[in-house]
Write a protein that binds this ligand. Structure first.
Ligand SMILES: [Mg+2]
Ligand SMILES: [Zn+2]
Length: 192
């Protein structure tokens, strides 16, 4: 039996948009960035959650703000090499991410940095079957949830570790369609 009822905002989801830091991997301390693969640590059961989504037939699309590029802390090539290693690690766990979009810009410079929606719009272009109506955004920042709201896309807020929660977490929890403590819990409760 499927626990997700037809009235759920999650009953018709074919595309799962994931934030990266704080959803797939441990969020670095505020003001620090994942500058290289050595700093990338998967959150518990993240690989299994993504593999479960794959088996359920969903496409997985990562949308991540990487302002550290604009700050000169690492290069775009560095971001891309982290994503290659991430996908390689996931493949070894039977999990697949279908596409990764990142914003390398600083605040207020572009349309792609979340809560801007340009990364999502690019994904809708690249995956013509995807739309706000058959997608969900899962993120741990207010900007993730605000981007989803602008698109009228359902969203799930990952509350994560209360000690590491950013300002705006309470608002994000209110704006999101649901909350969960982790990607694994979100997938189990709402998507599979
Ligand atoms: Mg995040
Ligand atoms: Zn951008």
């Amino acid at each position: 039996m499927n626990a997700v009822s037809a009235k759920s905002p999650f009953h018709n989801i074919d595309y799962v948009f994931l934030d990266r830091d704080g959803v797939i991997n441990q969020k670095p301390p505020e003001g620090e960035y994942i500058s290289c693969w050595d700093r990338f640590h998967f959150l518990p059961l993240a690989e299994a959650a993504i593999a479960g989504l794959n088996r359920s037939g969903r496409r997985i699309i990562v949308v991540t703000n990487q302002r550290g590029v604009a700050l000169g802390l690492y290069s775009e090539a560095g971001v891309q090499s982290v994503h290659i290693a991430m996908r390689h690690h996931l493949a070894a766990h039977g999990a697949r991410i279908d596409a990764v979009y990142y914003c390398p810009h600083d605040k207020n410079q572009c349309d792609c940095r979340k809560p801007g929606t340009a990364m999502f719009e690019q994904a809708f272009h690249d995956f013509p079957g995807a739309s706000a109506a058959n997608s969900v955004m899962i993120g741990d920042s207010l900007s993730d949830i605000e981007a989803a709201r602008r698109l009228h896309m359902p969203s799930i807020f990952i509350e994560g570790d209360p000690e590491k929660q950013k300002p705006g977490a309470e608002k994000a929890a209110l704006l999101a369609d649901a909350t969960a403590s982790s990607l694994a819990e979100a997938v189990r409760r709402y998507l599979i």
